[in-house]
Design a protein around this ligand. Structure first.
Ligand SMILES: Cc1cc2nc3c(=O)[nH]c(=O)nc-3n(C[C@H](O)[C@H](O)[C@H](O)COP(=O)(O)O)c2cc1C
Length: 187
């Protein structure tokens, strides 16, 4: 059993980031807290986040940043910020977009800044990129991110067509956050 509580708070417009969130959750043994199309959180979300040892943020990259629905959640978290209620929790983030680059790093940087405003501790992928001549698209961390997990889904691909390598990268990223949370909890 995982003694650390991990929550994934994320938005997905069309289901791709949802699949990624499910892969991260599988690796982290985490609870999914989906933000809906109106930018609202599920019942009990704030209580669950308050009790979490680690919070993982997720959003598609839309126009070079997180979706407005995620930003609505982030702005609402200012209430927690006033009391620094999430201080010293672990934070991490993931994103998915259509283009290989697509400015995904801007989304991860936004998540990082949000985590820092909450005085958290950031966990990256800790995964070497697959970037040799022999590299294959389904290798682990083919998209090549240290800051957080990235996936790329072609604009005409359904969520069911998301690449297994990106989903496995997301799963292993989740496992790393869980391992870090366990270590911190037992320290
Ligand atoms: C409003 C909007 C803006 C987008 N902006 C970007 C972008 O900046 N970079 C990119 O690579 N893809 C962009 N895309 C493509 C999405 O990131 C991609 O379709 C992604 O898989 C959607 O994830 P979702 O199914 O979880 O909503 C955009 C899509 C939409 C609808």
């Amino acid at each position: 059993m995982n003694p650390a509580k991990i929550c994934i708070v994320f938005h997905s417009g069309y289901g791709h980031t949802l699949r990624m969130a499910q892969a991260v959750a599988e690796g982290a043994d985490a609870e999914l807290l989906p933000i809906d199309a109106d930018g609202n959180q599920p019942e009990g979300c704030w209580e669950r986040l308050a009790a979490a040892d680690a919070i993982i943020f997720g959003s598609p990259t839309y126009m070079g940043g997180p979706s407005w629905q995620f930003k609505k959640f982030a702005d609402a978290s200012s209430k927690v910020w006033f009391t620094q209620g999430w201080k010293d929790k672990l934070f991490a983030g993931f994103t998915n977009s259509a283009t290989m680059n697509g400015d995904k790093l801007s989304t991860l940087h936004y998540f990082f800044t949000l985590a820092m405003q909450h005085s958290g501790l950031w966990v990256g992928t800790g995964m070497m990129p697959s970037n040799t001549k022999a590299a294959q698209r389904n290798d682990l961390n083919y998209v090549g991110s240290f800051s957080g997990a990235m996936a790329q889904s072609p604009s005409d691909a359904s969520p069911a067509e998301m690449l297994p390598g990106d989903l496995e990268t997301a799963r292993q990223f989740g496992a790393r956050v869980a391992q870090a949370a366990r270590r911190l909890k037992s320290a």
